[in-house]
Design a protein around this ligand. Structure first.
Ligand code: FE
Length: 195
């Protein structure tokens, strides 16, 4: 079932949250986490096209971007064995796992490993320059595609950020962009209205 109304409600709640607490990162992370947990534990709304993996690399599909670019929502899709480089975000972010299992490995600003943990369906991880912004995310399973829903405090695909080589300390600027050129249509209410 493609219950897109659930995602629309989520986007509306995030919009209200950013209107009210957009300047307060701790509040955005805390209330945003509650909202995100609500949507990753109800796996009936993500259109299939935004959960398609690729053998080339993990995929990042933009699902929604706030018109004023105060936040964006992205689905990440990983096949077994796929992982991000060591990277930062430069803005706050929330990672909620919906399918499969992911491994998050954190690094200090000096690029020393500081921790690693599994994120299971329904769980949410946080990042930001204030609380720890550098990590690697990977599919933690050998046999299942993983799907996570991420919320960031900017149009994340257009943010200049960095990848790092912990062995040498070298950093490289990158702008991630998105896999998709079209986004889900949240606004056709005809099916709901005809019930
Ligand atoms: Fe990340």
């Amino acid at each position: 079932m493609n219950n897109i109304a659930r995602f629309r409600t989520f986007v509306q709640a995030l919009t209200r949250l950013v209107e009210r607490h957009g300047a307060d990162e701790a509040e955005m992370l805390s209330q945003g986490e509650t909202l995100l947990r609500g949507i990753v534990t109800q796996d009936d709304w993500l259109p299939d096209a935004f959960a398609v993996p690729s053998s080339d690399s993990y995929r990042q599909y933009l699902l929604y971007c706030d018109p004023l670019e105060r936040f964006s929502v992205v689905s990440f899709v990983w096949q077994p064995g796929q992982r991000t480089p060591v990277h930062d975000h430069t803005v706050w972010g929330l990672v909620g796992v919906m399918r499969g299992e992911e491994l998050c490995e954190e690094y200090s600003t000096a690029l020393k490993p500081t921790g690693r943990h599994l994120v299971k369906p329904g769980q949410v991880d946080r990042v930001s320059p204030r609380i720890g912004d550098i990590h690697v995310v990977s599919n933690a399973t050998q046999d299942r595609t993983a799907v996570s829903i991420h919320v960031y405090g900017a149009n994340i695909g257009a943010v200049r950020r960095h990848t790092f080589d912990p062995a040498t300390g070298a950093s490289k600027e990158f702008v991630s962009g998105y896999t998709n050129a079209t986004i889900p249509n949240l606004w056709d209410r005809s099916r709901e209205l005809s019930r």
